[in-house]
Design a protein around this ligand. Structure first.
Ligand code: ARG
Length: 566
């Protein structure tokens, strides 16, 4: 069933078009407003903005339009009052929406993507480095997109394209052999690898021999030298062991960890292909593909010493993935700083004559800071994601201990809410915007934050525990203003899901959830539920159950754990 608001918008667009005024979807949406008093209707169209284009007085427009809305599904009536046209939803349609949600635990899902596979390349940290706040965006946005895709019927392949290849591994292998040991790495983990890398970088600046030694070491690795490979593999294991802990806490899994190294032996053929297609040119010793027509700097394919680069590895990976998964789309989630990189190599793939290049999508996001500090990986004061998550869990634990000392599983709930708070915060705003993490906002149980949503969800769960199963006859029930407003919002969920996916924008879901929570809490505070009797009680319990389904599904999509109790 379509939601009333969407039906009304479409009808309005149609009516205005017939009057010679063609508007886009968002322009039509902007015409409407929510009456401050529900007695004035569920939705209103102020006709003042239309007066100029339609060359009529607003009250005249309102009364003319009113007669055009006969037989609109879900609409009881349209009423002109002054320059306003007020719409009243039909209560039977509201009751039906609730039944529809109750009948479908996966309410909001669709089969839009049936038979299509989408690859998602996200998280993808560079191994032997710490997992810091800069990786939070790609990790949680990627995961949310994956959930959205699955919810809409797509098959997904979640790929952690590890940064596990390149000259830095020559440096690390050299440093490990000369300045460290297995015991030290075992004990220190990634910290020890970082120490080695930093030490090497500090010394190589004044030591040409050292630089050469690193190049030689990487060369050996590239040639498949057994000892080098073993050390490299060991670095990878040490790194993954730590990353896995973070992924586990976030509830994120991957289908593939094929990173850059996996593609190293697939490179020569691809470079040859680019050359054979006449795209490769020499530029100061390096081999590049010129992108003058696209107004972009050339895409680097080979360094002057013949070694491959980040773009060439991405091209090889895309070609391999197309063969392996026959993807409908391949989505890359990285910081906006890499936008040029993706635009460049997407163009190269297009120029190679691959039509499927149209299915390559870059999803960029803005930078995240804590208390205004940027979190560049090369600065000393990086905020590690583990530390941030642990602190969030600790702080939530304190609040829960204080508010609900008798709860069972307090630690588990603190973990769900604390981690959820960080994830929600990272998904709360348009992804492209830079954002600043601040504890007070992120952990609020009352404001626009994850704990508030989880708390509201738990509140709906508690009504169901106390009120019994959402069953019984409710046909003919006339919902009150608070109920109609909440139902109207719940009915928007399927369209909201579609929009979030179409725009690759999980924040559409998080903002929607905040709106549902606000309306549910108004309903909860203004309407008696458990103390009611008869059909009203039954209907309100059903409405709590429908809200429980929608918020629950929304949290699942964002990758936030549900808690039935807080
Ligand atoms: N490892 C890269 C980084 O940390 C991100 C990789 C993104 N994926 C890709 N296929 N380029 O910046």
């Amino acid at each position: 069933m379509r939601d009333n608001k969407t039906v009304l918008m479409e009808k309005t667009a149609e009516i205005l078009a017939a009057k010679g005024l063609t508007l886009s979807e968002s322009e039509v949406a902007a015409l409407f407003e929510k009456p401050s008093d529900p007695k004035l209707g569920d939705l209103a169209l102020p006709c003042f903005k239309l007066a100029r284009t339609l060359r009529q007085a607003p009250p005249k427009i309102a009364s003319d339009l009113a007669s055009c809305y006969e037989d609109v599904p879900g609409l009881a009536r349209a009423e002109a009052v002054g320059g306003y046209l007020n719409f009243f939803y039909d209560s039977a349609s509201s009751v039906k929406v609730v039944e529809e949600i109750l009948a479908d635990p996966r309410y909001g899902s669709s089969r839009e993507g049936k038979g299509k596979t989408v690859c998602l390349d996200f998280s993808s940290p560079n191994i032997a480095k710490r997992f810091h706040l800069g990786h939070l965006g790609t990790t949680v946005i990627g995961n949310a997109l994956r959930n959205l895709l699955n919810f809409c019927g797509y098959e997904t392949v979640a790929i952690n394209h590890l940064g596990d290849w390149g000259t830095q591994f020559g440096k690390l292998i050299y440093a490990y052999k000369h300045w460290s040991s297995k015991t030290q790495v075992e004990e220190g983990g990634i910290d020890e690898l970082v120490r080695l890398y930093v030490k090497f970088c500090n010394l190589e600046a004044e030591d040409a021999d050292l630089k050469q030694a690193a190049r030689d070491a990487f060369h050996l690795l590239e040639e498949g030298d057994e000892e080098s490979l073993e050390i490299w593999q060991y670095f990878k294991e040490i790194s993954l062991r730590e990353y896995e802990k973070t992924y586990k806490l976030l509830g994120i899994t991957f289908d593939s960890y094929n990173g850059e190294a996996f593609f190293s032996d697939k490179m020569p053929a691809v470079v040859e292909e680019i050359r054979a297609k006449g795209l490769l040119e020499l530029d100061n010793g390096a081999s590049v593909v010129r992108l003058d027509e696209e107004n972009m700097p050339p895409c680097l394919i080979l360094k002057s010493d013949g070694s491959t680069l980040y773009p060439s590895r991405d091209i090889a990976a895309a070609i391999w993935r197309k063969k392996e998964y026959d993807f409908h789309k391949c989505i890359y989630v990285t910081s906006a700083g890499q936008s040029l990189h993706f635009a460049q190599w997407f163009s190269v793939v297009r120029r190679m004559g691959y039509e499927w290049a149209e299915g390559l999508v870059h999803v960029p996001y803005g930078t995240m800071s804590v208390g205004g500090e940027k979190l560049a990986s090369r600065t000393g004061n990086v905020v590690l994601l583990d530390d941030l998550l642990a602190e969030a869990v600790r702080k939530c634990g304190e609040v829960i201990e204080e508010k609900h000392p008798d709860l069972e599983n307090k630690q588990d709930i603190a973990e769900a809410v604390g981690v959820g708070a960080v994830v929600f915060n990272a998904l709360a705003n348009s992804r492209i915007k830079d954002s600043d993490f601040n504890w007070e906002d992120a952990l609020s149980f009352e404001g626009n934050a994850g704990p508030y949503v989880q708390y509201t969800y738990a509140r709906s769960a508690s009504i169901l525990r106390k009120g019994g199963a959402p069953e019984g006859e409710t046909e003919g029930y006339e919902p009150c203003g608070e109920e109609t407003a909440l139902i109207g919002k719940l009915a928007e969920f399927p369209d909201t899901v579609k929009r979030a996916l179409a725009e690759y924008e999980p924040s559409i879901i998080s903002r929607y959830l905040l709106a549902v929570c606000a309306l549910f809490n108004q309903f909860y505070h203004n309407c008696r539920i458990l103390n009611e009797e008869g059909m009203t009680r039954t209907f309100r319990i059903k409405l709590a159950a429908a809200t429980h389904t929608v918020i629950g599904n929304g949290l699942d999509l964002l990758g936030i754990r549900r808690t039935e109790e807080i």
